[in-house]
Design a protein around this ligand. Structure first.
Ligand code: NCD
Length: 324
């Protein structure tokens, strides 16, 4: 006997935090991202699943890859994409986030992508407008699409992440990339280690589901992947910035640092990189080791999938389990 015994439809209309997703949600997104990764390598990249929809990218913080990536993603799917930059808008005249998003909703926006310095701002937009909302980074809180494409990229390279040791290094305290990645790596049952200086590695990070290290050599022992993070200078309040030379001495990734890691240890970085501070330039450019540009490429494909799913425009949003 065979048949579709169990089906599950992707239920989310927003993506504000990794904790809202389960493994099936992630698998559905990854299946679709694979399709886009292939399609994006064709000379004609145009698809039309989001034809007629209006996507507004609301960016209240600087961005290179996240903004360009979401813009390309929407355009390749046929959406009308509007980029809203806070510095050139009425925000500079004192307009609140609530009034800004209600104004844009009144113009019949179909999906928001928001980057904002305040934790919780993406959820606020989702709750205030009811318009599908994707978090492109809210303060030091979460950056869910980053984590989704980081794990997607790593999984394509090293297979199932279950039991794999992934070390995230540097300014954990101020990193939304770290928070979202720990949550997603835990969903995959990876062995997650966080490593950084005492002042940048809060003890409560243990509660996120990771073990904490202050010694990089110890942390990298047997690692399948190491992810370097930028020191988030813009988020330091009242604490001293670490000295860059001594930071590299203790926490900078280079080829030599990987001697006790797994021989195929992969190197990751969400960008923007500060070469010579958290990562050595030669290692970042080493095509055998570095996944950095693969992460960027996968970012567009993954964001295309997320845009389609939250707007209900993915051609297949159903997971099916059949038993025989
Ligand atoms: C990250 C961010 O903005 O959180 N960048 C990105 O989106 N790729 C990391 C950073 O700014 O250091």
């Amino acid at each position: 006997m065979s048949g579709a015994d169990f089906t599950y439809d992707f239920p989310h209309r927003h993506l504000t935090r990794i904790g809202d997703l389960n493994r099936v949600d992630v698998d559905l997104l990854y299946r679709r991202a694979e399709h886009h990764l292939t399609q994006n390598r064709q000379p004609d990249k145009s698809q039309d699943s989001m034809r007629g929809l209006t996507q507004v990218n609301l960016f209240f913080e600087p961005s290179t890859r996240t903004l360009c990536s979401f813009e390309m993603a929407g355009k390749r799917l046929g959406a009308h994409v509007v980029n809203f930059s806070a510095s050139a808008s009425s925000t500079a005249k004192g307009e609140s986030l609530k009034d800004t998003v209600l104004t844009l909703k009144a113009m019949q926006t179909d999906v928001f992508v928001i980057r904002h310095p305040s934790p919780g701002s993406a959820q606020f937009v989702a709750d205030t407008t009811g318009v599908p909302t994707i978090n492109g980074g809210d303060g030091a809180n979460e950056h869910p699409t980053q984590a989704l494409y980081d794990c997607f990229t790593l999984g394509r390279e090293i297979g199932d992440l279950g039991g794999k040791r992934v070390v995230i290094i540097g300014d954990i305290l101020h990193s939304r990339v770290a928070r979202s990645n720990v949550a997603l790596l835990n969903l995959f049952n990876a062995d997650v280690r966080l490593c950084g200086p005492e002042a940048l590695l809060p003890p409560e990070a243990q509660d996120w589901g990771a073990s904490l290290y202050h010694d990089l050599d110890e942390a990298l022992d047997g690692a399948h992947a190491a992810m370097a993070l930028r020191i988030q200078k813009e988020r330091f309040e009242g604490t001293d910035l670490p000295d860059e030379d001594s930071f590299f001495e203790r926490f900078g990734l280079n080829h030599d640092r990987l001697k006790n890691a797994h021989p195929d240890c992969k190197i990751m970085h969400p960008g923007p990189m500060n070469r010579g501070v958290e990562i050595d330039g030669d290692l970042a450019d080493d095509p055998e080791k570095s996944l950095i540009l693969k992460q960027v490429e996968a970012g567009v494909a993954l964001r295309m999938a997320v845009l389609e799913f939250v707007t209900g425009r993915a051609p297949d949003m159903t997971h099916r389990e059949t038993s025989t």
